[in-house]
Design a protein around this ligand. Structure first.
Ligand SMILES: Nc1nc2c(c(=O)[nH]1)N[C@H]1C(S)=C(S)[C@@H](COP(=O)(O)O)O[C@H]1N2
Ligand SMILES: [Mo]
Length: 387
């Protein structure tokens, strides 16, 4: 049976750039990016779980900064790679289905698995980029959906790599100009040589990385024109949500503000002056946002452990921190005992040798080592030992 002339099929694409020689190479780089993003994503998801069978470590203090920076960089690098990869292979998806039933079933299964892979990969990259641009056109929870989709993507990726392994091996062990694996009609020379296309792909990927990595790698800041958070901000640290956006301006400026520290029936209530009269400590610790940006700051304030001693909290206490903020997902956070016990965990009152500015959490905020930025609660109102 002859297909109508108007419908393109795989033979309508004649460029010799659309070759397995290219897609195997770009695909390998893509698989590395997805692998890195998957592993670092697991770390980030785990770090944000309230219950952790194995406690998330508090050292090194820059650990989450590193893994989450890598997560966003590898996801961003995957964007040009995925586009080139799809361009080289999509004619295959238009191939006319086989007329033999057994063959047809295999073909359909393969295309279905590719549909799942491409769909989930696009979903991850698009929602990831939207999340770092603070653009939430969806109604679902970003973290749980991105996480669930990551398993689907990695599962179908492993399957895809397993199916294609012989082909990939062949392609990688032959010269990129080798035509043995090409579709019969794909012979037309393009504006670029294959080597040229590969070079352009690596260059585009490198440019994308350099243009965004400055949100977490300080010496790249000046070239990172596309970085969503530039590393600029009051007191040398970018701001995620301002006091005004969080609706806490009046409550945070209220001279009557006091920090409640509660352990069952014991409690103390401290003004900023009283907090400043306690022993002060200073720590250099990063804020590392899940969105990939990070910046190190020198924080000063009271050790959380010292405050908990005032209410005789046990040494393995877990605490619940509540913000002045009235609503929002980051209003209340749980701090696991490993972080509570760590001497570097502060109720910060100052940053960079100055009084903390309102947008960084004045009058007092939490800062703990190796903790996702999203859990570094600003504008503290209450610290309570969990029963
Ligand atoms: N109460 C409260 N604390 C919060 C947030 C928030 O929205 N509300 N945002 C968190 C996020 S996502 C980050 S990355 C850090 C950023 O801290 P910074 O704005 O001082 O850099 O604050 C965290 N603390
Ligand atoms: Mo964040």
């Amino acid at each position: 049976m002859k297909a109508p002339a108007s419908l393109p099929d795989q033979h309508s694409f004649s460029s010799r750039l659309r070759s397995a020689a290219i897609s195997a190479r770009v695909g390998t780089a893509l698989a590395v990016c997805f692998g890195l993003a998957f592993l670092t994503g697991l770390v980030s998801h785990y770090a944000q779980n309230p219950t952790q069978p194995v406690p998330f470590p508090t050292s090194p203090a820059w650990g989450y900064r590193f893994t989450q920076g890598l997560h966003v960089i590898s996801g961003t690098a995957a964007v040009p790679l995925l586009l080139v990869k799809l361009w080289t292979v999509y004619p295959l998806l238009l191939a006319r289905p086989s007329m033999r039933l057994k063959r047809l079933v295999v073909e359909l299964a393969e295309r279905l698995s590719i549909l799942v892979l491409v769909g989930s990969a696009l979903f991850l990259l698009v929602t990831g980029l939207q999340n770092i641009s603070h653009w939430y056109p969806w109604a679902f929870s970003f973290r749980s959906t991105h996480y669930a989709m990551a398993w689907i993507a990695i599962g179908s990726l492993v399957l895809h790599v397993a199916v294609k392994l012989p082909l990939v091996r062949h392609a990688l062990s032959h010269d990129v100009e080798d035509t043995e694996l090409d579709r019969p009609g794909a012979t037309e020379p393009g504006p670029l040589s294959r080597r040229g296309l590969l070079r352009a792909t690596w260059l585009a990927t490198g440019a994308v990385v350099l243009a965004t990595a400055g949100s977490t790698v300080p010496f790249l800041r000046r070239v990172s024109v596309l970085a969503v958070r530039s590393g600029e901000g009051p007191q040398g640290v970018p701001i995620n949500k301002t006091a005004e956006d969080a609706g806490v301006t009046d409550a945070a400026r209220d001279p009557g503000w006091r920090l409640e520290v509660v352990n069952d029936t014991r409690s103390v209530s401290l003004s900023r002056e009283e907090l400043l009269a306690l022993p002060q400590h200073s720590e250099e610790l990063p804020i590392a946002c899940v969105e990939g940006w990070s910046a190190s700051g020198t924080w000063s304030g009271v050790r959380l452990r010292d405050l908990l001693d005032l209410v005789e909290a046990p040494s393995d206490a877990e605490v619940v921190l509540t913000s002045l903020q009235e609503s929002g997902p980051f209003r209340v956070t749980l701090l696991q005992s490993g972080f509570v016990e760590d001497d570097r965990t502060l109720v910060a009152l100052g940053l960079s040798g100055e009084e903390l500015v309102l947008d960084h959490g004045f009058p007092a905020r939490l800062i703990a080592p190796n903790r996702p930025g999203v859990l570094q609660t600003k504008w503290l109102a209450r610290i309570e030992v969990r029963a």
